[in-house]
Design a protein around this ligand. Structure first.
Ligand SMILES: *Cc1c(COP(=O)(O)O)cnc(C)c1O
Length: 389
């Protein structure tokens, strides 16, 4: 059976060039980067090289890149490290209703500890309101965290403008750029952010590897305690092969950026155009302007996204409903709720995300099967449709 993977925002396959670069670091180049003999020093050089590669992708200085065990740890570090450091100054954090759970659940934890968190709304296109942001700032605000690209609807938030507002009020600004990395142009200096979370496995690198960019001069508390790794700011023996793989993936993402974006948008737009033209009662969630080049989020009225997912799976096609992280629960997606999509429509929503290995033929195969599946499911649920939803 044909296999079509359309869930690149959940994770990506490790590219062959990346894997090839990693393999020696499991075997003959296994030295601990902190050791002072040759194979230790070689490992240290490999980490240094990867740090330069990741820094180059976001125009940071290598010393501003701190490797972590992924995007989740980077988000947790930014939130808890700032809260711990500045809790005497204030207990107020501003974020948005559409953040990844790595951010939302970290903030929820702090609320239990006595912090106040403001969750900004988004408009019908999926964008935050900069005026609402500025009005939410108080003298107790110690952190503003707004994601660069949303993982469900792909919208690109106005980070440069938001960071400028934070700076004007003397508040630290963090952005979760996990979905943005490699998919939108990122320049931390131009954007003016203080901290940025990135992850390797969303850009064809290995899982369990990521980084927090911390601008030089920004002082937050450490999150992992132990040895002196990562310039004494993130303890724990380095995930050597994972870091090497992340570095290579970052290098490839930088070199292939234009080609990647062009390819993804071409394939994604073909998918969108065919679905909207050939399957009635469907609509796209979030604006198509300022959007992740590979993201398409579609509501199929009158049916359940879960059913579509399971039937597509039978044809070897992988997609997700809402966000992958909420797939274990039937909670309606918090992002689509914030967007104002009615609950019954949220349940009929599927996220398709394409990537470097998706072809036009893949898309045609998906749409051909999707047409049949949607028609069949609608026939079954026509009773519900007559009820008016
Ligand atoms: C995937 C993702 C994360 C989590 O990153 P991991 O490396 O999987 O821990 C955080 N934020 C966003 C927006 C993501 O898409």
């Amino acid at each position: 059976m044909r296999k079509v993977y359309l869930d690149y925002s959940a994770t990506t396959p490790v590219k062959e060039e990346v894997l090839k670069e990693m393999i020696p670091y499991f075997t003959e180049k296994f030295g601990n980067p902190s050791s002072l003999y040759d194979i230790g020093l070689e490992s240290k050089d490999a980490v240094t090289h990867a740090r330069e590669q990741v820094a180059a992708l976001i125009n940071a200085r290598p010393q501003e890149i701190y490797f972590t065990a992924g995007g989740t740890e980077a988000d947790n570090w930014a939130v808890f490290g700032t809260a711990e450091k500045f809790k005497e100054k204030g207990n107020h954090i501003i974020t948005t209703k559409i953040e990844h759970h790595a951010m939302l659940h970290s903030c929820a934890f702090l609320e239990k500890e006595g912090f106040d968190v403001t969750y900004l709304d988004i408009d019908k296109d999926g964008f935050i309101d900069l005026r609402q942001l500025e009005e939410a700032i108080t003298e107790k605000t110690i952190l503003i965290s707004i994601m660069l690209v949303n993982n469900e609807i792909g919208t690109i938030e106005p980070i440069k403008e938001a960071a400028a507002i934070a700076k004007k009020h003397g508040v630290l600004f963090h952005t979760d750029a996990v979905q943005g990395l490699g998919n939108v142009a990122i320049d931390v200096k131009d954007m003016g952010v203080d901290m940025m979370s990135v992850s390797s496995h969303k850009i064809y690198g290995p899982k369990g590897s990521g980084a927090l960019y911390i601008r030089k001069g920004v002082n937050i508390d450490n999150y992992m305690h132990g040895g002196g790794q990562e310039n004494r700011r993130r303890a724990g023996t380095e995930n050597l092969a994972g870091i090497v793989g992340f570095g290579k993936a970052a290098q490839l993402a930088r070199i292939n950026f234009d080609k990647h974006v062009e390819h993804c948008s071409k394939v994604r737009n073909h998918l969108k155009d065919r679905i909207l033209a050939e399957i009635p009662d469907t609509f796209v969630n979030g604006t198509m302007d300022k959007r992740h080049p590979g993201n398409l989020n579609i509501t199929f009225k009158y049916i359940e996204g879960e059913s579509i997912l399971l039937l597509l799976n039978q044809f070897g096609i992988s997609v997700s409903t809402g966000s992958a992280c909420s797939s274990a629960s039937l909670e309606p997606s918090h992002v689509l709720s914030a967007l104002g999509v009615p609950v019954e429509m949220i349940h009929g929503t599927v996220r398709f995300t394409v990537g470097d290995f998706t072809t036009m033929e893949d898309v045609d195969y998906v749409v051909d099967n999707l047409k049949t599946i949607v028609a069949k499911l609608r026939e079954i649920s026509s009773v519900n449709a007559k009820k008016g939803w």
